[in-house]
Design a binder for this molecule. Structure first.
Ligand SMILES: Cc1ncc(COP(=O)(O)O)c(C=O)c1O
Length: 377
């Protein structure tokens, strides 16, 4: 093995301030604004106790020991799928993670003469899914529906289907896609398939926590909704909410579903327990939105072209090294908030990404705002 190749690469990214490393176990006294535990469930010991107390040992299985298509244990998967089916009024198929969902579903459904058109800022797992599909692919300017319209006008007749892919809440900007506009385009170009990744909306938005599509009453107009369990649901895994035919198709065609060991059944038991709690957490969702709106307003002057409307609160710094320094300074002041650097975000928009959660109070948000104002002078 010629390690020089790897060493040269590592040196280069270190010089650019881009070297990634796995952080140490965090100190308990710091305020963690880096995790996606938006609803504070991953750290809620009372909920764990409640879950364990009602979970008989005879029901606990740590491994499916096979892919879903071969597993002899189905009960915990089907119970979770049934719960989500009742909430979304759509067919549900579980995946091992959001990454598995996006890399498994996109190549599967992009069959025949398909053009994929995705928002410029979609997540890496979506890009990887698109790459695996080996289909024609265009990107529209971030959240620019008129640019998407122009592309569809030019291209829709050339293809059997156009797969339009967006996120409901963008993971680095915290802004929200124009779902109504997208649905209007779907009506204008009937061969459009609308794919919405709700990774950061699931559990956090809507009366029952089903996401932005629920909040806007638009769930039934979307062809495929992706939700993930690793963020607000404090678990692991993901699901696709879709039509009966598409569910059947994915079971037969999605390689990440077919060729990977299914989630541990125990994990699905926990996820179901959490989702039942999440549906009842609307007052916490409102409180989280209020702190988010406050900080987004406070940071507006630093963020110029980025307008977060959610619990993901960016603070644009504009340089890799400065973003790292800011994150270190925040740590000294008692906060864990991570720098997001290029190429994860475009050059010049390197930032600190504050990921708020329900345990972060309005008082704490006001204090954080004072700290930032002092540091940004
Ligand atoms: C929009 C989006 N989709 C998918 C994923 C991947 O989900 P998972 O962590 O479950 O693999 C992420 C993770 O950050 C994400 O932000």
């Amino acid at each position: 093995m010629n390690e020089k190749i790897f060493g040269t690469y590592l040196q280069k990214i270190e010089q650019e301030g881009n070297l990634r490393h796995i952080p140490d176990e965090s100190e308990a006294n710091l305020i963690d604004l880096s995790s996606n535990d938006y609803m504070g469930i991953a750290s809620n010991r009372c909920l764990f106790d409640e879950f364990y107390s009602q979970c008989p040992k005879s029901r606990i299985f740590m491994s499916s020991s096979a892919s879903r298509l071969l597993s002899q244990r189905q009960k915990d998967y089907t119970a979770l799928e049934q719960l989500l089916h009742d909430l979304y009024r759509k067919e549900i198929l579980l995946f091992n993670s959001g990454y598995h969902a996006n890399t498994g579903i996109i190549p599967a459904i992009a069959t025949g003469k398909t053009l994929i058109v995705a928002d410029k800022l979609v997540h890496a797992s979506i890009i990887d899914g698109i790459t695996l599909s080996r289909r024609d692919f265009l990107r529209f300017r971030h959240n620019d529906i008129s640019h998407l319209d122009t592309i569809l006008t030019k291209k829709s007749l050339e293809y059997d289907q156009i797969l339009v892919i967006v996120e409901s809440i963008y993971s680095m900007n915290g802004d929200i896609c124009d779902l109504k506009g997208l649905i209007a385009l779907k009506e204008k170009y009937p061969n459009t398939v609308l794919y919405v990744d709700e990774a950061h909306g699931f559990g956090v938005r809507g009366k029952y926590g089903l996401g932005i599509a629920e909040e806007l009453g638009l769930m039934q107009q979307i062809d495929i909704i992706i939700g993930t369990f690793g963020k607000a649901a404090a678990s692991m895994g993901a699901f696709a909410a879709t039509s009966p035919v598409l569910k059947k198709f994915l079971i037969n065609k999605s390689r990440s579903f077919i060729f990977s060991t299914a989630l541990p059944p125990f994990s699905c038991l926990w996820t179901k327990f959490v989702i039942e709690k999440l549906t009842d957490m609307n007052s916490q969702r409102k409180q989280l939105l209020a702190t988010s709106e406050y900080l987004n307003e406070e940071f507006k002057a630093y963020n110029k072209n980025i307008h977060s409307q959610s619990q993901i609160v960016p603070l644009i710094i504009g340089d890799n090294h400065k973003a790292i320094n800011m994150s270190e300074e925040l740590k000294r002041q008692g906060y864990i908030a991570l720098p997001i650097r290029k190429p994860t975000v475009p050059e010049g928009t390197e930032r600190i990404r504050f990921s708020l959660n329900v345990n972060f109070s309005m008082e704490q948000a006001k204090q954080l705002s004072r700290v930032i104002k002092a540091l940004m002078v």
